[in-house]
Design a binder for this molecule. Structure first.
Ligand code: NAI
Length: 341
């Protein structure tokens, strides 16, 4: 079978994971080109991944490289114009979340994507591909918990990474915790409830690191959404989990409930020692979602090969962004805020 030739843009924190997966873990993909504005990252692509077509300019890559598709893992501000340039050059597109950093840009990008109905644009909401989340979705579809009416989603980054986040000056540039972190939980809520949110109230606090409050953000945020079908969504996002990377989700329905990783365990091993009975926690998102990153790109490659449409679209990107901005506004203004559609 012909392999899909890919060019990757961005080889930073997540880009390297995607690049390694494409180069070594997905047999139907062939990573033939790479683009980055950083020379050291292009050296990495050449030396570690064996890529020979290297570009510093994204437009040049999509127009000159021998590729069928691009995987965009650049800063979120670059996504809209890079999606457009790639589509214009006739390429299939996988783009990391978020679609864009404003609702206006999301909407404008939807319009551009609609001009290329025969091409694929898939967005990287990788949690949907996590085997446990996918299993929960299948169970819900099969009626195992009746009608789902509440999703409780917790996402807390490790305290071990928090100080470096503060020191790097990331917080004021992050868009705030509801935009930066909650968007994954928001996407899951929409997916499980198969509904869009109507309004939201949100609060935040910063007890451990006052720098978050100083920068107009919060280290812990809570939001409560009401959905158009009357269902509810509750989010707890934070930056200070002492035990590791805590991602936990519960979906409650009329006939039962499903909980995903109430103990965010590293593996199935349990250590019995002088500390008692200890189960270690996953440390970070690359560890927790390593399988999902491979599976989502496999779906993208399969869509390209079989000319089918991906399950995660730009519209999902816009909807999740709209809900995240409404939560941010609710937190900042202390009022129940409607979700724009
Ligand atoms: P990063 O800052 O570590 O890496 C960004 C990369 O883009 C760097 O290689 C940089 O050289 C390159 N770059 C910047 N401007 C460019 C341009 N104009 N053309 C080509 N390359 C350019 O960022 P990180 O953390 O890897 O995030 C990248 C994207 O992935 C963001 O949109 C972020 O929201 C998303 N992300 C998604 C995650 C998920 O779990 N789905 C997790 C982490 C990030």
């Amino acid at each position: 079978m012909k392999r899909v030739k890919i060019g990757i843009a961005g080889l930073g924190r997540l880009g390297r994971t995607h690049a390694q997966n494409l180069a070594f873990k997905i047999p139907q993909a062939e990573l033939t080109a790479a683009c980055s504005i950083v020379d050291a990252e292009l050296d990495y692509a050449k030396n570690e991944l064996g890529i020979t077509e290297l570009y510093k300019d994204f437009s040049e890559m999509v127009n000159k490289a021998d590729i069928d598709a691009v995987v965009i893992v650049t800063p979120s501000t670059e996504h809209p114009w890079q999606i457009e340039a790639a589509l214009k050059a006739g390429k299939q597109v996988f783009c990391e979340k978020p679609l864009a950093v404003t609702i206006e840009e999301c909407k404008a990008t939807e319009k551009i994507v609609e001009q290329y109905p025969d091409q694929i644009v898939m967005l990287g909401f990788m949690r949907r591909f996590d085997p446990s989340y996918a299993y929960a979705k299948e169970k819900i579809k099969a009626g195992a918990i009746g009608q789902p009416y509440l999703v409780k989603a917790t996402g807390i980054d490790p305290e071990a990474d928090c100080q470096s986040l503060i020191d790097s000056g990331f917080i004021p540039k992050s868009g705030g915790i509801f935009i930066d972190m909650a968007v994954h939980d928001i996407d899951l809520m929409r997916w499980f409830l198969e509904a869009d949110a109507k309004e939201v109230y949100a609060l935040g606090c910063s007890f451990k690191h006052p720098e978050f409050k100083r920068d107009g953000d919060c280290e812990t945020g809570c939001a409560m959404f009401e959905f158009e079908n009357g269902a509810m969504g509750q989010i707890h996002v934070g930056r200070t989990a002492p035990h590791g990377y805590h991602i936990e989700t519960e979906i409650v329905g009329t006939e039962g409930s499903i909980r995903i990783s109430p103990v965010p365990a590293k593996n199935l091993a349990i250590l019995y020692d002088t500390n008692g009975v200890v189960q270690e926690c996953v440390r970070n998102f690359p560890e927790r979602f390593s399988e999902s990153y491979v599976l989502e790109l496999e779906e993208f490659i399969n869509c390209v090969i079989h000319k089918t449409k991906p399950s995660v679209t730009v519209y999902d990107g816009t909807k999740a962004t709209q809900m995240a901005f409404a939560a941010k506004a609710a937190f900042e203004n202390h009022v129940v805020t409607p979700v724009e559609h």
